[in-house]
Ligand binder design. Structure first.
Ligand code: AP5
Ligand code: MG
Length: 389
C-alpha cells in the first residue's frame, strides 16, 4: 500500500494537491475537513457536535475524528492506499493513525508537509472565501485556525521527524510546481522500499523452486544460503572449507559463515528491489540476525512463507533428486536426509512463532505440481507486495 499524509497549515494547498495525487496514485481520499463539512451540511449528530467548533476555527475532538477515519477505512477494503488530508492534526491523532494502519498491517509511508508563508496563506484563504461558502474563510476565523495550527498541529511534525517520514515541500509557486515536487518526493520514497520474502519449509518442500519464481516475477535477488555456501566450497575459499564439514553431514553451518555469504550477496546488489531468502533463517537466532542485516538497509522482512508438505513426501522428493544429476552431496544418503528433517523439525516452531507474532507468516499448501503451488504462493505474495509498494 501507499499511504500518504498531506500536512500543512490552513490554505497551504492540501485539498488542491490531494485531488491530483489521488488520481495519479489511485488512492482513497480521506479529508477530515471535507467529511466534517458534509456531516454539518447533512445535519447529522456528528455534524452538530462539530459545527460550533469548526465555525470558530477550533479543532474537532479526537473522538469525532477517530470515528470518521475508522468508518472511511472500513468502507474501503482492498485499496491501493490512503491519502490523508488534514489528519493527523494533533499528537494524539498521530498515535491513532499508527494504530489504525497497524490493524491493516501497513504503515504511513510519508508525511508530506506543504510550507507556505503565513501572509500568503491568509491571502489565499480570503480569496477562496469569496466563493467557497466556507464559514471559516473569514479573517477572524482564519487567524484562529492558524493559531490552532501553531499550538496543536505543529507538534505532530516531531512525531514524524523521529520516524524519518517527515518531508517538507515548498508549497509556493504554481499548483503544477508544487505537484511536481510532491510526486518527485513520492517516487524517491517508493523506490527506497524493498520487498523481502523468507521462504521456509522442510528440505525438499520446494522452497528453491518457488523462491526463484517469486524472485523472477518481482525482480528480487534470490539468496539461497545453501547455494552460496556450495559455491564457496567449490571455490575452496576459507568460508567454503569451514562450511563443508557441516554441510556434508546435513547439519547447519555456524551463523558467522551464513552471515558472511549473505552480506556479500547484499553488497553486490546495491540497487535491489528486495530479496528472497531461502534456507535462512533456520533458527530463532538467525531470524534476529536477518532482522539486523535488513535493518542496516533500512528495511525488514515483508512476509514469510511456510510451504507445507508432509515429511514423507519431502523425503521421497529428496531421495528422488539424489538419483539425478541435480543431486546434492547430502541427498544420497537416507540417514543424512533424515538428519536434515530432524534438524528442521527441532527449530521450526520457534522460527514460525517469531514471524507469526510479527503478523508476517503465511502457510501455503506445498503439494501438487510446481505450477499449482506457485499459483497459491503468487496470491499471497501479491497481497503482501501491495502492502509494501
Ligand atoms: P480543513 O478542511 O482540513 O481545512 P484546513 O486545514 O484549514 O485547510 P484548508 O482546506 O483551508 O486549506 P488547504 O490546505 O486544503 O488548501 P486548499 O487546497 O484549499 O479543516 C477545516 C476544519 O475542520 C478545521 O479548522 C477543524 O475545525 C476541522 N478539522 C478537520 N480535520 C480535523 C482533525 N483531524 N482534527 C480536528 N479537527 C479537524 O488551497 C487554499 C486556496 O489556495 C484555494 O483557493 C486554492 O485554489 C489556492 N491555492 C492552492 N495552491 C495554490 C498555489 N500553488 N498557488 C496559488 N493558489 C493556490
Ligand atoms: Mg482543504
Amino acid at each position: 500500500m501507499l499511504n500518504i499524509a498531506l500536512f500543512g497549515p490552513p490554505g497551504a494547498g492540501k485539498g488542491t494537491q490531494s485531488k491530483m495525487l489521488i488520481e495519479k496514485y489511485n488512492l482513497v481520499y480521506i479529508s477530515t475537513g471535507d467529511i466534517l463539512r458534509q456531516e454539518i451540511a447533512e445535519g447529522t449528530e456528528l455534524g452538530l457536535k462539530a459545527k460550533d467548533i469548526i465555525e470558530k476555527g477550533g479543532l474537532a475532538s479526537d473522538e469525532i475524528i477517530v470515528q470518521i477515519i475508522e468508518r472511511k477505512i472500513k468502507m474501503n477494503p482492498d485499496v491501493n492506499g490512503f491519502l490523508f488530508d488534514g489528519f493527523p492534526r494533533t499528537y494524539v491523532q498521530a498515535y491513532i493513525l499508527e494504530g489504525l494502519l497497524l490493524k491493516l498491517k501497513t504503515q504511513l509511508n510519508c508525511m508530506l508537509s506543504l510550507e507556505v508563508p503565513k501572509k500568503m496563506l491568509i491571502e489565499r484563504m480570503l480569496e477562496r472565501g469569496k466563493t467557497s461558502g466556507r464559514a471559516d474563510d473569514n479573517l477572524e476565523v482564519i487567524q484562529k485556525r492558524l493559531e490552532e495550527y501553531e499550538n496543536k498541529t505543529v507538534p505532530v511534525i516531531d512525531f514524524y521527524k523521529e520516524k524519518n517520514t517527515y518531508i517538507p515541500i515548498k508549497g509556493t509557486g504554481t499548483i503544477d510546481d508544487v505537484f511536481n515536487r510532491l510526486t518527485d518526493s513520492i517516487s524517491v520514497n517508493l523506490k527506497k522500499r524493498l520487498f523481502n520474502v523468507v521462504i521456509f519449509g522442510y528440505p525438499g518442500s520446494g522452497r528453491g523452486t518457488q523462491a526463484k519464481r517469486i524472485a523472477e516475477k518481482h525482480n528480487l535477488v534470490y539468496i539461497s544460503t545453501g547455494r552460496l555456501l556450495r559455491d564457496e566450497i567449490k571455490k575452496e575459499t576459507e568460508i567454503g572449507i569451514k562450511a563443508a564439514a557441516y554441510m556434508n553431514k546435513g547439519n547447519i553451518v555456524p551463523d558467522e559463515l551464513a552471515i558472511k555469504v549473505i552480506e556479500k550477496q547484499i553488497k553486490t546488489h546495491p540497487n535491489a528491489n528486495g530479496f528472497v531468502f531461502k534456507g535462512f533463517p533456520r533458527t530463532i537466532v538467525q531470524a534476529y540476525i536477518l532482522d539486523g542485516l535488513l535493518r542496516r538497509l533500512d528495511t525488514s522482512v515483508s512476509m514469510m512463507i511456510e510451504l507445507e508438505v508432509p515429511m514423507l513426501d519431502a523425503i521421497k522428493r529428496l531421495s528422488a533428486r539424489g538419483k539425478t544429476e541435480k543431486s546434492r552431496t547430502y541427498d544420497k544418503d537416507l540417514d543424512v536426509i533424515i538428519n536434515r528433517m530432524d534438524v528442521y523439525q527441532k527449530q521450526t516452531t520457534t522460527v514460525t512463532n517469531y514471524y507469526n507474532r510479527l503478523n508476517k507468516m503465511v502457510n501455503i499448501d506445498g503439494t501438487g505440481s510446481n505450477g499449482e503451488v506457485f499459483e497459491r504462493v503468487d496470491v499471497a505474495v501479491e497481497k503482501a507486495y501491495k502492502n509494501v509498494r
